[in-house]
Design a protein around this ligand. Sequence first.
Ligand code: HEM
Length: 405
Amino acid sequence: MLILVACAVCLLILAGIVARRWKFQQPANFEIWLRQQRAIVDFTFAGLSPSDKEGKLLRRARANRRLVSAFGIDNSLTTSSVDVHDNFVKWSSKLISNPLRRWPVLFVIAESVLKHDVENAAAHRGGQILLADCVRCLCLIVVLVDAYDVNLDSISPDVILTITREINRQWLQSKCDPNVLRSDLLASSLRGLHLTKKLGAEESVSEDTPEEALGFIMPQYETLWRVVLLTFVTAYHRQARAEDIERGESVPDCLGYPQREKEALKLAKEGLRLYPSNKRIYRAATVGDEKQLVSADVEASHRNPGIWGADALKFRPERFDVLSKLQGQAYFPFSLSRHRCPAIAGFGDRMVTMLVVALGTALSPKTGKILFNNGQLDGNPEEPLPTGRDDMESWVLQLRDVSGP
Ligand code: HEM
């Protein structure tokens, strides 16, 4: 009798789960859910008038308060001051549209960084490259070279590694303790780089303080490294298909030429769909209580099979050849509406594509094999990659022809 009751309860629970999943996947229900997510992202959930800029900034700043404690940054994402916001967006837009940027030059820099990593791993590390460290350093170097007057030859790889590890440590700690103290090591490492903005001539010629540098670097570097790592691993080592790789063949030369770059950028678009840099976008539910947050689930919106099809978890850049209206609405890796990211107009996709192709060329499956040190991932290339900040720390690329330690 007891067994019968237990079976009935299990069946009821199972039916409940199936029904919920079915309900969630129905386009009509999904549309309502999607409207709610979009309303959080574009602040309409709060019933603010479109012109209430300060009200919106306040709700975003409250949600990002821990970044102020952990890094001391004062930028568009952490401020409630309209002036600070406008100034920062102006700076970012200026950097993004820098007419002197040459993608092939950045690509060569990325290649040389990766060549050094391969040689170093072969000589000193039994042919093993720690992928998370490698991709974080690559992204930071490219962001620095693009934005600041830096001489790469004078920067020690160890300092770059220290900065990336400290940023990561601070970020993780701030999740447990929103009042975490700043890192002296991070500040002194940044100070040692003597960072002067490339486009600073009119406004300032002085070096950035560590806080100013972090305010400028973080919106770029932090949004790049995880999506670049996960897209590279997926496109080149997990679900590699000749068509996907060929899309990247004319990279970096095609970048910046709207007709020529279209195919290649689908690599980034699909990467940002499966692995959005901001898995959730947070807002303060009320301005009175900063601990009460609401969030939009960007990742769930980008992966819903009711919208993206049964292969929603598959890496298929060609799905961006034509998106349905609903798919277009469900895709918002750069946020929405007035406060969306200025990199939405192509710069973000170009940067991701350039970095992924540089990695795919230097660390191709011919060069080495990825060891995830995780039975499920190592055993099954179809298994979706985990996307948490510290899920990738043990992933290693073992160079072929060099035996492990
Ligand atoms: C793949 C690359 C990038 C992604 C996925 C991304 C994503 C985002 C997202 C989701 C937001 C909105 C956050 C929120 O409202 O809570 C945002 C805002 C912003 N991002 Fe990015 N970002 C990227 C690159 C960049 C770069 C390269 C820059 C600057 C050079 C930048 C500067 C900004 C600024 C200034 C804002 C605030 C805009 C405003 O409030 O009007 N981002 N970004």
